[in-house]
Design a protein. Structure first.
Length: 440
């Protein structure tokens, strides 16, 4: 079969589709899906770089495909539904998967013939076998969400169009899947189950060697959660990686052995889920501001840049939270910040709570409305401030953090500052266009 796998773009506040000439990070999903389709002719399509799939930019006409797979998160949901409608109108079966369909299967089913919820490894082969059958398949296919990661097929990064990457591009890799923590705004446990699955370290290393990529983004939700595993992995990566970006939480603070191993493995940037600097214990159930400060210091002393993931709008956040957070991040010389407005993801406990408390402003289907990008809009009634205060404070924070005066306070000068300055200036351009710095 000729199969098109699409990563939809997403809509900008001005109503246009986001476009970028190259991928800063090549995600795992499309190459991973392609690896599950041996014997088929597969085309990967990154809409934000390669253009709208409904245009004439595809290498073959849309009628040349036997089936279209669409993988989408909530940011891409509206566009994913449009693409599903487009190909179905062309008479081509559409299969939809990813976070959005997994958590909103009925909504996704309105725009797809088959909705896959959960993981692809134990569902996609079944779907493809059925699609080849004269009676085809319609409806829902659910993953058990416990696919073993041992012996995982290597993602087909060779199918990525070379024109969408350059020497600065990071390539996704996965060592673990899932997170055993239980933050109420997060759906990781719902999607991947309660346990963390690990790939054998030798498998991860073999894949990296085979791919030849030395600039990596570990997509693991929390790579350092299992300390022993992370230590083994970091030790095995030594000498094989030039630049790695990893997600971690504050539990690694004071763990000199692990942090040394991370630095020696080529970890140069850590995305840390701080979420709040007001009352982390209340929000996440672990972490303190004092621990955050120590961790940032310990990462910096090993040459690891810090990207703080922050959310505004928790019940403990008042109007002063924006200035307080900016002051702290500048004092700690944090290189990057991905701030978000707290947004209830369908399927999360936060969503259930806000529904129960009757605090949702636009109902549970808000992601369908043209309200601006998810995570940059207020869709609920905050506790200690008004919706307007939250929206304005958030915008003010974003512009202030990525302003030149703030960069002067936070970023090193000289050769060590070249990369953080270049990336901050890029983020500043994004913010000035009304975009989030994490949206690439
Ligand atoms: S927010 Fe991070 S630490 Fe919390 S459950 Fe999700 S992945 Fe785990």
């Amino acid at each position: 079969m000729r199969i098109l796998i699409v990563e939809p773009s997403f809509y900008l506040p001005d109503g246009g589709l986001f476009y970028t000439p190259r991928l800063q990070i090549v995600g795992l999903t499309l190459p991973l899906l392609a690896s599950l389709l041996p014997g088929h002719e597969v085309t990967l399509w990154f809409e934000k770089c390669q253009g709208a799939v409904s245009s004439d930019q595809l290498p073959v006409t849309s009628n040349g495909f036997d089936v279209v797979l669409i993988s989408a998160n909530h940011v891409q949901a509206v566009r994913a539904c449009e693409i599903g409608d487009y190909f179905r109108a062309c008479g081509i079966p559409v299969v939809m998967g990813g976070y959005f369909p997994s958590l909103n299967p009925c909504r996704a089913r309105e725009h797809a013939d088959v909705v896959v919820t959960g993981e692809a490894e134990d569902t996609l082969p079944h779907v493809m076998a059925k699609l080849a059958h004269p009676f085809g398949i319609e409806g829902y296919v659910r993953s058990a969400n416990n696919c073993p990661l041992e012996g995982m097929a290597h993602p087909r990064f060779d199918l990525v169009d070379p024109s969408v990457v350059d020497r600065r591009t990071l390539w996704a890799v996965q060592a673990t899947r899932g997170c055993s923590r239980d933050c109420d705004f997060c759906v990781m446990r719902k999607v991947y189950g309660r346990t963390v699955r690990r790939r054998p370290v030798a498998d991860v290393v073999a894949e990296i060697e085979a791919r030849g990529h030395r600039a990596l983004y570990f997509v693991d939700d929390n790579l350092t959660l299992d300390r022993a595993y992370a230590l083994e992995l970091f030790r095995a990566l030594r000498g094989r990686v030039d630049f790695a970006l990893v997600n971690m939480d504050s539990s690694v603070v004071d763990d000199a052995e692990l942090l040394d191993a991370a630095a020696a493995a080529g970890v140069r940037q850590a995305l840390v889920g701080f979420e709040t600097l007001v009352d982390p214990e209340a929000v996440k159930g672990f972490g303190t501001v004092a621990r955050y400060e120590r961790l940032i210091d310990q990462l910096h002393s090993r040459g690891i840049m810090v990207c703080a993931s922050i959310m505004f709008g928790f019940d403990s956040d008042g109007p002063e939270v924006f200035a307080l957070t900016l002051r702290q991040l500048e004092r700690w010389r944090v290189e990057f910040c991905f701030p978000w407005i707290l947004t209830p993801v369908p399927g999360s406990r936060l969503m259930d709570r806000l529904v129960t408390e009757d605090r949702l402003r636009y109902g549970q289907d808000f992601w369908r409305l043209p309200l601006g990008a998810a995570g940059m809009r207020v869709v609920f009634e905050p506790n200690l401030m008004s919706r307007e205060e939250l929206a304005e404070g958030y915008g003010r924070f974003l512009r202030a953090f990525y302003s030149v005066p703030s960069m002067m306070k936070r970023l090193p000068l000289g050769p060590r500052g070249a990369l953080p300055w270049a990336l901050n200036l890029w983020c500043r351009r994004q913010v000035r266009r009304g975009l989030h710095p994490a949206l690439q």
